[in-house]
Design a protein around this ligand. Sequence first.
Ligand SMILES: [Zn+2]
Length: 79
Amino acid sequence: MRRARRAKAVMWYLMVPGVLLEILFLLLGKQNIVLLLIGGGLMMGGLIIWAVFWRCPDCGKHLGRTTVEYCPYCGKSLR
Ligand SMILES: [Zn+2]
């Protein structure tokens, strides 16, 4: 499960700055297109990592937005 947890951490490291850059883009009057592109790229990267790696190590099903201790599909511990 270590890889899935690491993937979720990496996702947050991409998504949070991505969202902040998008907010900055909006606050700065939507003129700095570079902020929009970088922010959007970070968010897309975070989503892709989440979709690809946030899976149960046992049955391989995507864990969705779950934060539970056990896989909702096969019951395997996610610790
Ligand atoms: Zn499972």
